[in-house]
Write a protein that binds this ligand. Structure first.
Ligand code: HEC
Length: 201
């Protein structure tokens, strides 16, 4: 018995040291000096920096494409949306400038010769918006997907399509008038499908 307790203690302190990563359990509008600059999407992973008075400072890391700087995505290959900037006119200056709201930590070229900036942005969000374990939200998203998308045809397996194909699949179902979805529900379904897509491990 004593042994068991000891092992548990070691494991939990190890887990604590390892995981300062959390996941947004909701979408959240981001304001800077009172100005709305955009929104960060449900199920976006963030590094937790500091929690104080029900607010948490987090660091979001993702990629911005040189010629379309209005969104931060997971990687040049995976178009999973982490953050969307509203004030596009502030951002899309095409003279080699970078979106002024982010810090550039790296620059990479993809297979098509497009330049991507690896960027970081520090955000403050309500502590209640962050889950350490995202599995509950993914399960909720799965339920939502099965409920919304099984009315007319068999459900498509998430791994039938790539992460970059899923958003346009959903948009096409919406565009054809087959489904109507609130933004949060739509994003949750897309994130669930992308998380389990063909090209995502
Ligand atoms: C009201 C009925 C209806 C609902 C609800 C519906 N679909 Fe569809 N879906 C269709 C029809 C009809 C087609 C075939 C249309 C076509 O090929 O143009 C289709 C085709 C598809 C395809 C195949 C597209 C292709 O190019 O082969 C995918 C993927 C898909 N639906 C995903 C979804 C998802 C995800 C949802 C939930 C958000 C959903 N559908 C909800 C009617 C529906």
């Amino acid at each position: 018995m004593k042994n068991k307790i000891l092992i548990l203690t070691i494991m939990s302190s190890f887990a604590f040291a390892e995981s300062n990563i959390g996941f947004l359990n909701n979408s959240k509008q981001i304001t800077l000096n009172g100005k709305m600059i955009g929104d960060v999407s449900v199920l976006t992973p963030v590094e937790i920096l500091k929690t104080e008075n029900e607010k948490t400072d987090v660091l979001l890391t993702g990629y911005i494409q040189e010629y379309y700087q209005a969104k931060i995505v997971k990687s040049p290959q995976i178009d999973e949306e982490y953050m969307n900037f509203e004030i596009k006119e502030d951002i899309n200056s095409y003279d080699g400038d970078v979106n002024p709201y982010v810090k550039v930590v790296d620059k990479v070229e993809d297979d098509y010769g497009e330049i991507w900036f690896k960027t970081q942005i520090k955000l403050t969000v309500p502590t209640s918006y962050i889950d350490i374990d995202p599995s509950m939200i993914y399960n909720q998203a799965k339920g939502l997907y099965e409920q919304t998308c099984s009315a007319c045809h068999l459900l498509h397996e998430p791994n039938q399509y790539t992460a970059n194909q899923w958003p346009s699949n959903i948009d096409s179902m919406i565009g054809l008038g087959f489904v109507a979805l609130e933004d949060l529900d739509k994003n949750m379904i897309i994130k669930y499908l992308q998380h389990n897509a063909k090209d995502v491990k």
